[in-house]
Write a protein that binds this ligand. Structure first.
Ligand SMILES: [Zn+2]
Length: 276
């Protein structure tokens, strides 16, 4: 059993009243720590990482309003990427929640709130929804975010990217995107893109006097370097996007079976110290 299979299993068993439901972190050393992106809603504070059963010190927690990811190179993507590279995160989970206020607030309400804060309409971008990435469905938002992360060039092909929804009242987890399923096809596609990109990376390095050994960035060229790096990455993103499978197809196969509503208790999954 893989880590998130065990997490979901323990969560559902705990909600069904199993006093012994729990996760044995020692069995999943190669799959921990995990990185989670959740909403900023304070109601999540007591739920995470308790409902996952993952130890505090194996839980790298990123948050933003609505657990929104707008694009493959955006700020939360950069944090997810560094969380893998620097903090050694092994698996990523985008965890949305029910009753999210971002989903419940209409555009008109949002503009009213901004006005009350002294931010007039003309100070905001034309397409406010697109700018903030607001959404109407918590589920669709998780599917979209997981898809963008999966296809971002900043995340290696070996890192599973899951999508979950947590019931804010009960702590029940719903597994919307099974990150293990898309690993294999992603791996081969990634290799093709990296191979094709090999020449352009070399050319790019010599062009900008980029010295990896001494990390020298010529002062006058910093802006230029960044622009070129973004152009290059954007191109890679496009290549990955054009080869991705149909989104409807992947979400259909990963949707878990419907499970009856659990009793209104929050599962606290026990931690089993050491190996079984
Ligand atoms: Zn929320």
């Amino acid at each position: 059993m893989r880590l998130f299979e065990a997490i979901i299993d323990a969560n559902h068993r705990a909600l069904a009243g199993d006093q012994h439901a729990g996760l044995h972190p020692a069995e999943f050393e190669d799959e921990l720590p995990i990185i989670a992106l959740t909403c900023i809603d304070p109601r999540l504070n007591p739920l995470m990482p308790a409902v996952l059963g993952v130890p505090q010190d194996q839980f790298i927690w990123l948050r933003n309003a609505g657990n929104i990811i707008i694009s493959p190179l955006s700020s939360p993507m950069r944090s997810l990427s560094l969380a893998c590279a620097i903090k050694g995160g092994k698996e990523i989970a985008i965890i949305g929640h029910t009753d999210c206020l971002v989903a419940k607030t209409t555009t008109m309400q949002l503009l009213d709130r901004f006005r009350a804060l002294g931010i007039e309409r003309h100070l905001l971008p034309d397409n406010v929804n697109e700018f903030f990435g607001t959404f109407g469905s918590e589920r669709q938002n998780v599917l979209k975010a997981a898809d963008i992360v999966r296809h971002s060039p900043l995340i290696g092909p070996k890192v599973p990217v899951h999508g979950l929804l947590v019931d804010i009242a009960t702590g029940k987890l719903e597994w919307l995107v099974n990150g293990y399923q898309s690993l294999e096809s992603m791996d081969s596609r990634w290799k093709e893109v990296v191979k094709a990109a090999g020449h352009s990376v070399d050319a790019f390095k010599s062009l900008t006097d980029f010295d990896i050994g001494e990390m020298k960035f010529p002062q006058t060229k910093i802006g230029e370097t960044v622009t070129k790096a973004e152009d290059w990455l954007s191109q890679k993103v496009h290549q990955l996007e054009t080869t991705r499978p149909e989104i409807g197809q992947s979400t259909k196969t990963t949707a878990p079976p419907k499970i009856p509503l659990p009793p209104p208790i929050r599962p606290r999954i026990h931690l089993h110290k050491g190996a079984k």
